[in-house]
Structures are given as structure tokens and as C-alpha cells.
Ligand binder design. Structure first.
Ligand SMILES: *Cc1c(COP(=O)(O)O)cnc(C)c1O
Length: 402
């Protein structure tokens, strides 16, 4: 068996996490337990049974079975400070499930204005309709952030680096202020995962991930998770059970399989991304690079201080690109697919207008090039970086011709 891997390195912990013998039996991977109905030996046995997690006792399919429990337990073991993890059918479902666990009508939610777009849409859509007031803040302006708190402020939604802007913010300081004001700190930790950013240790109360990205890792799975310490895990669990969230055991087995290799994939993606970002930095077609793990990036110092890893996702802004040129560049790429999502083994490119990225405040953020700037986000996969660079070089040749 995997043995106790507490306190060991990330690779060792990823290999051992969640592999309880009572769930795996005599095989390596937790098998796929497909079940709605769990049968009890006798009436006394049924009465002794409890909901998910309690000594792994069977209850009913909606509370999961050993495959899902193994995944949830693995994620809990990988998140220092976590008491438990809830699984959701997508990352967005995890974001919303976590927010609904801590918010009530009348509350104010402070939300970082570089958050993933569906998080912002939840804040201005469903939550607004539900009586929660969302106030957006610039995560780099701590004074303005602190001034936004009021008696009704219940929670703070964070993401670092921010979606698209790739800005790294000072999570320990932002969460310290939230704690002082009695507000719950939640973070979308999809970019770094618990391996690259131990969110609860850095001051967050609830850490949310889209498992669709790095954990799945093979672009064939949708899932999300939210983990927390004792206090908020109970809130997460209560809300999720009431909402009827359940993930399929087949998907849980895929996520568990992905988890075992996530450490090497993250590290390889990060190293290749750095190689490619350094190459891009010297290209005349590139105005700016947004890659927190690259020395000289605006977020580098905070990344270096707070993070223990990263991944292959970063972006760059084109100098003077016309829309046709940007399209020609992306269309010319052969090894980069054009697609949403990221964190898979294959490289992807996505073009977007760099400003205004901060939709809610309509403030173009510093260093992103103003109104007409155009950016390309790259998700670097497991291909050889030299081949990816050659592909990008061919794209730049096309840009010149457009
Ligand atoms: C993709 C993504 C999500 C949502 O995940 P899904 O599994 O696609 O619902 C959440 N946060 C970030 C930062 C993402 O990139």
C-alpha cells in the first residue's frame, strides 16, 4: 500500500493520496464502484450506516461510494489544513456551491475583478437575484479593497493569478484583512492547485479548483472541488448535500488517475512555459508577457514568496496587432489547438481582447496595453518546447503577412 505520505514531497503525496486499502482492495487504483443502492447485511447494519465519509460507511448513491470518497480524501490530503473536500460536476458548480455555502440574502460579497468570468456572472446574476450585493475590487489596490468592507460584508472571492490578466495578488494580506473584518475568504485555486499554492495555509478559508484542468489533465473530464478546514467544510457539505451534487464514479476514477501524474505534468508545463516565455520576450511582435513565474514579471516577487509551483498557462500581448493579424497568427499554429480550457496534455492557444479585462469596473489594468491591445493565452502542454517555439515562429511569419 501507499503507506503514510504525510509530510513527504508533492510527488510522493500525489502517488499515495486516497489509496485506503478498504477502498482499493488488492489492486492499485480505487476501482469504479457504480451504485445508487447500497445493500446492508441486516437492519441493525443499516441503522449503523452513516453518510459519506463517516468511516466510509455506505448510505445511498448521492452521498457517493468508495471511488468518489477516495478522490475527495486524496484532495483533502493534498491540501494542508483541510478537514474535507466536496466534489461537484464542474468547476463552476464548485465555485457556486462554495459561495452559496457561506452567503445569505442581505450579505455583501467582495469579488476580485480579475476573477474567472463565470464567477463574476454568478455574482452579478444569480447572487444579485438572490439578494447578495457584489462589490468588485482591484486585487492589487489593498487600500481601496479595505475601504470596501462594511458590516454586511460576509465573504471575499479571490483568484491568483487572475484569469486572463495573470496578476498575482497578496493573498496572505488580503485574507488577513478579511479575517479582521470577520469575512470568509474563498479562492479559485485552479491555476496552481494545492501543489503550487497551499491556499488554506496562506489564509484562505475555502479553496476551490476546477478539476477539469490539471487534475483531469487529459481534456476528457469535467469536475470541480471545494476544500476547507473543519468549520467551513461542514458548511460546504451541508449545502452540497442539500443541492444534490454528485459526481459519477467513472469520472472520479479518471480524476484519481490524472492526480497521480499531476506533479510531473505541472512541472513540465511550467518549465516549458518559461522556456517559451523567455523566447517570446525577445520577439519584436510581443509587447508584454504575463507569466508570474518568469523573473521580471510584475507578479514574480509575490509568486516566488507565496507559491510552491505553477503551471504552463500564461499570456502575452501583441504589439500593434490588427484583428486579422491575430487570427492569422492563431490559425497558422499547428501544434496549438484553438480552444477554451487548459491544463491538458496538449497545447492550446486562445486570442482575446486584452482590455477591458476588468469587465465589472471597465478599468483596463496596468501593463495590459490599453484599449486596442490583443493578447494570446497559451496553455503549454507536454510537447517538446523546441517544436512549440518553431510553431509560434511560423505564426509570427503569418502575422507579418496579414
Ligand atoms: C475553467 C475554469 C473554471 C471552471 O471550471 P469548469 O470545470 O470548466 O466548470 C474555474 N476557474 C478557472 C480559473 C478556470 O480556468
Amino acid at each position: 500500500m501507499a503507506g503514510n505520505t504525510d509530510g513527504k514531497g508533492p510527488g510522493t503525496r500525489l502517488v499515495g493520496a486516497g489509496r485506503r486499502e478498504e477502498w482499493t482492495g488488492q489492486v492499485v487504483n480505487p476501482p469504479v464502484w457504480r451504485a445508487s443502492t447500497h445493500l446492508y447485511a441486516c437492519e441493525a447494519d443499516r441503522k449503523a450506516g452513516g453518510p459519506q465519509g463517516k468511516d466510509g460507511k455506505f448510505y445511498y448513491g448521492r452521498q457517493g461510494a468508495p471511488t468518489q470518497w477516495a478522490l475527495a480524501e486524496a484532495l483533502t490530503q493534498l491540501e494542508p489544513g483541510a478537514a474535507g473536500t466536496m466534489l461537484y460536476p464542474s468547476g463552476v458548480a464548485a465555485i457556486n456551491g462554495a459561495l452559496l455555502s457561506v452567503l445569505n440574502p442581505g450579505d455583501v460579497l467582495l469579488i476580485s475583478d480579475n476573477s474567472y468570468e463565470p464567477s463574476r456572472v454568478m455574482a452579478t446574476g444569480f447572487l444579485k437575484r438572490w439578494g447578495v450585493e457584489a462589490r468588485f475590487f482591484d486585487p492589487l489596490d489593498i487600500t481601496a479593497y479595505e475601504a470596501l468592507f462594511c458590516k454586511r460584508t460576509k465573504a471575499v472571492w479571490l483568484e491568483s493569478p487572475g484569469s486572463l490578466t495573470m496578476e498575482v495578488c497578496d493573498i496572505p494580506e488580503l485574507t488577513r484583512i478579511a479575517r479582521e473584518k470577520d469575512a470568509v475568504s474563498l479562492i479559485d485555486n485552479t491555476w496552481a492547485s494545492a501543489i503550487g499554492f497551499p491556499a488554506l495555509e496562506r489564509g484562505c478559508d475555502i479553496s476551490v479548483m476546477s478539476l477539469t484542468k490539471h487534475v483531469g489533465g487529459h481534456s476528457d473530464l469535467m469536475m470541480g472541488s471545494a476544500g476547507a478546514g473543519e468549520r467551513y467544510y461542514r458548511a460546504l457539505r451541508r449545502t452540497s448535500v442539500q443541492m444534490g451534487n454528485v459526481v459519477s464514479p467513472d469520472d472520479a476514477a479518471l480524476a484519481l488517475r490524472g492526480l497521480r501524474t499531476m506533479g510531473v505534468r505541472l512541472e513540465r508545463g511550467l518549465q516549458s512555459a518559461l522556456t517559451i516565455a523567455k523566447w517570446l520576450r525577445d520577439r519584436p511582435e510581443v509587447a508584454a508577457i504575463h507569466c508570474p513565474a518568469l523573473e521580471g514579471d510584475a507578479g514574480y516577487d509575490l509568486w516566488k514568496r507565496d507559491f510552491t509551483g505553477g503551471c504552463g498557462l500564461f499570456s502575452f500581448t501583441l504589439a500593434d496587432a490588427i484583428p486579422e493579424g491575430r487570427a492569422a497568427f492563431v490559425d497558422r499554429l499547428e501544434l496549438f489547438g484553438i480552444g477554451y480550457s487548459w491544463g491538458g496534455y496538449e497545447s492550446l492557444a486562445l486570442a482575446y481582447d486584452a482590455a477591458p479585462i476588468r469587465n465589472a469596473m471597465a478599468v483596463p489594468c496596468a501593463d495590459q496595453g490599453g484599449g486596442a491591445a490583443m493578447s494570446i493565452r497559451l496553455s503549454i502542454g507536454l510537447e517538446d518546447p523546441a517544436d512549440l517555439i518553431a510553431d509560434l515562429e511560423a505564426g509570427f511569419a503569418e502575422l507579418k503577412n496579414a
